[in-house]
Ligand binder design. Sequence first.
Ligand code: ADP
Length: 215
Amino acid sequence: MRIILLGAPGAGKGTVAKLLMEMDGSVQISTGDILRAAVKEGTDLGKEAKGYMDRGDLVPDNLIMKMMEVRLQQPDCQKGFILDGFPRTVPQAEALGLLLNNIRIKLDFVVNLEVPREVILDRLTTRRTCANPDCQEIYNVKSNPPAADGTCKKCGTKVIQRADETVEAINNRLETYTQKTAPLIGFYEKQGLLRSFASINSADTVAAIGRALNA
Ligand code: ADP
């Protein structure tokens, strides 16, 4: 499959992407994960991106596009890809359109995950993430807690609250989403590529996306 996942922070893009990946071996490409790994490794990209990320602001479009031009042409993308957290702005979507044209790749469609705002706020403030950049398993203190000693059940690393998951950073991320990313819904609707899914339960949503892909 070749799809884009759109949705507010906390809409469940990461969880849905992982389940879709299991369906047919397409790769999940999460710009957030790539950026966090770059910060951890201290690369030039990571150094430039860190301040924006900790505040919950978007990383500048030119940095993101340089990174994604490389990523989308890596061999594992041949099998298909699920874009999670990219594009996030209209200029990114326009640049992605040109890039996909150049490398002769056609998207199946763009998935818009619709989740009520109260559900999103609750999820974001209770979310915890494994600090190991190679794992990044996501937990929830209410519905899916880490091991009793606060470590990851998969890899044993400490499970933490991300710097961008404080209440202030969360409000900023939601505001940024409304201003910069929500316009992509209209952008892709005009291109006839948008499919919206009311999404509370990720497994149900993934099944519905699977049916739409096979239709
Ligand atoms: P979220 O849960 O907010 O969707 P992500 O893991 O997708 O979190 O992204 C974390 C941060 O990385 C964002 O707040 C932003 O600073 C940066 N980021 C990720 N993807 C992009 C993008 N496509 N454009 C600009 N910034 C991005």
